[in-house]
Design a protein around this ligand. Structure first.
Ligand SMILES: [Zn+2]
Length: 394
């Protein structure tokens, strides 16, 4: 019994190590056996065995000797990701559109397609749209490439345990079992992950964007509403029910405007897309594409100074609460940041305490408009990265 138990344990350890090697190659695109040996504190022959198994699975390939980034030490045999052996479907449901991408290992977006949505779309309509888009992006997938997961982003509050969208105010959804709706219609036997858009944006910026090597990051996204994803000590901050990060609904002005969450004076009522469109005199129908409008904005930036002040003031609260190293402003907030960065910074500095204020850097996404889509892909790859051989054998 003991020996059998030990064998099972060894198998679990090997599976874990196989996943760790694959995760490293997936994240960096290319690494060396020497650097894996150092990172994982394993000997060279163990690393060699793990690399050989991943090579047999077709997920990585050996490359010629590579000198370390610092140029120090002897060149070591390289290991590269093979993006075409496994792919995921990354699905980004926005307020006005659905984007579906076929994303290869290493987060290589091989193909993407998008369809606009009507205002307040019915969940079943969105699920059926996804089925059509998935068929399109899968049509020319390489025959040797296996589908290993599906990641779905929604702009709303998601209950992780059963994939129910509890509340997505800008879609008009309450208590929608959206993961189940999509799963039943797609009928694909792989892991499905449904998550909040800002949480996924934070994940992608942490893994391969503005927050690489940063353990404390906040991603604040503007996509009609305002959401946020938080990485703290290198891990996503979920809270008791996975609902943490609803910064758009911070109580900001108790006597302020009515918010569609039911409260009054949330931060979103001052810096949401509706408030910004009003400030620059743009019609209400541009709200879902405010990022594009702001990127082309050539009006007086003074019209945005009041909004910038509210953005900075709210961010001061975020920085005082969470002490992040990096705050990434995504969606239309990135476009706003480009226009009025000094005003945002001045307002933030006024409200922030000295110690956390000295440590924080405010920036735009390194992944541009793809943070959320790539976050959905990262979440979908998690099953393969946890157990490469098991998932490909299944
Ligand atoms: Zn609210």
């Amino acid at each position: 019994m003991t020996r059998r138990g030990t064998g099972t344990n060894q198998e679990a350890v090997r599976r874990h190590n196989l996943g760790t090697v694959l995760r490293s190659v997936h994240r960096t695109g290319r690494t060396t056996r020497a650097s894996l040996t150092t990172q994982m504190a394993l000997n060279r022959s163990t690393i060699g065995g793990l690399a050989a198994t991943l090579e047999e699975l077709g997920l990585v390939r050996s490359s010629g000797p590579v000198t370390s980034r610092s140029g120090a030490g002897r060149p070591s045999a390289g290991l590269e990701v093979v993006s075409r052996r496994a792919y995921v479907l990354a699905i980004d449901v926005g307020v006005d559109r659905v984007v579906v991408g076929r994303v290869g290992l290493g987060c290589d977006v091989e193909v993407r397609t998008r369809v606009n949505l009507p205002p307040e779309p019915a969940p079943a309509h969105v699920a059926e749209t996804i089925v059509d888009l998935v068929a399109t992006v899968r049509a020319d997938a390489p025959p040797e490439s296996s589908l290993v997961g599906i990641g779905i982003s929604v702009p709303g509050v998601v209950r992780q345990s059963d994939g129910v969208v509890l509340f997505a105010p800008n879609l008009g959804w309450h208590e929608v079992p959206f993961e189940q709706l999509v799963r039943e219609r797609l009928d694909l036997d792989v892991a499905h992950v449904l998550a909040n858009d800002a949480d996924l944006g934070a994940l992608a910026e942490h893994v391969r964007g503005a927050g690489v090597d940063v353990d404390h990051l906040v991603y604040v996204s503007g996509d009609v509403g305002v959401g946020a994803g938080v990485i703290t000590a290198g891990r996503p901050l979920g809270g008791a029910g996975g609902f943490a990060g609803e910064m758009g609904h911070m109580s900001y002005d108790p006597n302020g405007r009515h918010c569609h969450c039911g409260n009054r004076g949330c931060w979103e009522t001052e810096i949401g897309a509706v408030a910004i469109a009003r400030a620059i005199g743009a019609p209400a129908d541009v709200v879902p594409t405010l990022d594009v409008v702001l990127d082309a904005f050539d009006g007086p930036s003074e019209s945005l100074h009041e909004i910038a002040r509210h953005v900075g003031h709210g961010l001061a609260n975020v920085v005082n609460l969470l002490n992040p190293e990096v705050v990434v402003l995504g969606g239309y907030l990135a476009s706003l940041h480009r226009l009025v960065e000094p005003q945002i910074l001045t307002a933030m500095r006024r409200g922030v305490m000295a110690a956390p204020g000295a440590q924080v850097r405010l920036t735009r996404p390194a992944l541009g408009r793809d943070s959320v889509l790539l976050g959905a892909a990262e979440a979908a790859f998690e099953a393969l990265l946890a157990d490469p051989a098991g998932v490909l054998a299944g």
